[in-house]
Design a binder for this molecule. Structure first.
Ligand code: ATP
Ligand code: MG
Length: 555
């Protein structure tokens, strides 16, 4: 349960609305109980009154009307206010989770599947909405309304007040304890199974073609069914406990009504009342209506297991410390021609989750406007050098210098502005062609976009729908070569000084490769270029060529 404390802190920002919600909940609950009690009393008093006696039916009947209207209105506004407050809290929570999530990328997030993260961000955050709506608010209102009932009934009979309030209070504190315990296991299972189901389902949709090709579609489908059954059975256990909670409450209420009915024959001491017998109906109906106070409590605490699990799952992400922290904010000085722009000094590195050393103390310098090629066998650590230069990871030993400053002294925005990367895998967003190109430069005009597309030979994409062409999920309708060229277009549009290209011509035919290489070299005149490549030809255009081998760099 302690896992929920960090979330309660978020509620503090909206305490005004939350408090108003609780006040409205108390009002509507009181009106509801008042309505039933008053009606009960009114009916029996009217029946009991002798026909000759004057009976003021005006006050009670207008009271009934007032309470009915009051109940409806306060219930309506209670729902409005509590939901509004909850959604505000959830919005803050989602932003809080998301802003914790982003700096963790990529080293902290590698171990989660995307669907799993999405699940936590959406479903687990949603589950927390019950914390206030179904737990805190009903519980506080229950305590207050029972107190009011006690005060009210004590005017009629203190014995009855003690019996009724004592029993209700006992139930109010016992029910949550019992049902929290009962629902703990199934709640955990519901949250876990729901997450598993969603992950598997997304995987199943995304990889459907692969599953079919490799003949595992059936077994994967069976796995999905299995998870679904686990989810349903956990839900069914929870509903059964919910049913038990309701049944138990109705039973307890019936017992209490019977006891109160029995006691009120002698316990009602209201000598000044006109028709003391009618007060029996008032008290009994009041007890009947009290069911409304307790019904939400049992079921809500049954769900507390789910809420706690969801909270723990969110905490697991929120309490992680990013492996790379951007704390510096050094200004970017003018680049001096005769000083190295990038300098690696005895840089060693291994990935946090692996012991194998990828870089073994490498040192090299890149002067401004130099063109450097990095070669090496697959898996030798070429892309890793880029990972360090973009500070996706920090070196385990040694120092990287950028424009004469340690790389950590720059803010993330400075780094992203100065260093532009074309990574090995270009990500195409489910967006238009325009939207995908704007990633490179959000302010580029349509003309500039079209010109770049022409340069890289992708003009034909714009023939039918222009820049509004929709590129589907992950750029699936594009060939691998087209995706790479689109990545290159982003790079050409961007305004960074240092360009890092990870095998930009991979997957292109000879002719296109030469064109693209020429384009890159032409476009990057006056910029600093580091390019990872497997190919030998075209290397004459580079000032330096390094080979990475066994974690060592040779020129
Ligand atoms: P390629 O030419 O195939 O792109 P590369 O030289 O770019 O290869 P890197 O991607 O730098 O190779 O990987 C170097 C080594 O580090 C490999 O053994 C790889 O398995 C490992 N590696 C890469 N990324 C990670 C990661 N995120 N976590 C753990 N190990 C990694
Ligand atoms: Mg690579």
């Amino acid at each position: 349960m302690r896992g929920l404390f960090p979330f309660l802190a978020l509620y503090r920002q909206h305490w005004g609305r939350l408090l108003l919600g609780v006040i409205l909940a108390i009002t509507s609950l009181s009106a509801s109980i008042g309505l039933l009690s008053l009606s009960g009393w009114f009916l029996s008093a009217s029946a009991l009154v002798a026909s000759s006696v004057l009976f003021n039916f005006f006050y009670p009947s207008s009271g009934v009307r007032g309470l009915a209207i009051g109940r409806t209105l306060s219930r309506y506004f209670e729902r409005l206010v509590t939901h509004d407050a909850t959604f505000r809290v959830l919005a803050n929570l989602r932003v809080a989770v998301f802003s914790k999530l982003i700096p963790l990328s990529p080293s902290g997030l590698n171990r989660y599947r995307n669907s799993e993260l999405l699940n936590r961000l959406v479903a687990d955050v949603d589950t927390l909405d019950t914390l206030y709506l179904n737990l805190i608010s009903p519980f506080i209102s229950a305590v207050m309304v029972i107190l009011f009932m006690g005060i009210g009934i004590s005017f009629i009979s203190s014995t009855l007040a003690w019996v009724i309030c004592g029993t209700l209070t006992l139930l109010l504190f016992a029910l949550p304890l019992i049902f929290y315990r009962l629902g703990q296991r199934s709640g955990r299972q519901v949250v876990q199974a729901r997450a598993n189901y969603r992950s598997q389902f997304i995987e199943w949709i995304q990889l459907n073609a692969e599953f079919a090709l490799f003949g595992v579609a059936k077994s994967k489908r069976a796995e999905l069914h299995q998870t679904e059954r686990a989810w349903l059975s956990a839900q069914s256990v929870e509903s059964q406990w919910g049913g038990l909670s309701n049944a138990l409450l109705v039973l307890m209420n019936g017992v209490l009504v019977t006891v109160v009915l029995y006691l009120s024959a002698t316990a009602i001491t209201a000598p000044n009342a006109e028709n003391p017998e009618a007060l029996i109906a008032l008290v009994v109906f009041c007890v009947l209506a009290s069911l409304e106070i307790l019904t939400p409590i049992g079921v809500a605490f049954l769900h507390l297991g789910q809420v706690v699990t969801a909270g723990e799952r969110l905490n697991e992400i929120m309490q992680q410390q990013p492996s790379v922290q951007f704390q510096g904010n050094a200004p970017w000085q003018n680049v001096e021609k005769n000083r190295p722009l990038v300098r690696f000094e005895q840089v060693a590195f291994h990935y946090p989750n692996r012991d194998q050393q990828v870089l073994n103390g490498i040192s090299f310098e890149i002067m401004p406007q130099q063109r450097v090629a990095i070669m090496g066998k697959t898996g030798s650590g070429k892309s890793t050098i880029f990972q360090l230069l973009t500070r996706n990871y920090d070196p385990t030993a040694g120092q990287i210098w950028l424009n004469n400053c340690p790389i950590e002294t720059f803010a993330e925005s400075t780094l992203r502005q100065r260093i532009v990367t074309l990574s090995q895998r270009v990500h195409i967003f489910s967006d238009t062609l325009r939207g995908n190109l704007h990633i490179g430069n959000p302010t580029a005009s349509d003309e500039a976009l079209l010109a770049v597309l022409a340069q890289i030979g992708l003009s034909y994409l714009t023939e039918e729908e222009g820049l509004d062409l929709w590129l589907g999920e992950g750029g699936r309708p594009l060939s691998g070569g087209e995706q790479r060229r689109l990545g290159l277009a982003r790079l050409l549009l961007s305004e960074g000084d240092i360009l890092l290209l990870d095998e930009p011509t991979e997957g292109l035919d000879r002719e296109t490769e030469q064109q693209i290489l020429k384009l890159i070299l032409d476009h990057t005149k006056g910029k600093t270029l580091v390019m990872i490549t497997h190919r030998q030809h075209g290397l004459t255009a580079f000032d330096r060529i390094y080979r990475l081998d066994n974690g060592h760099l040779v020129e």
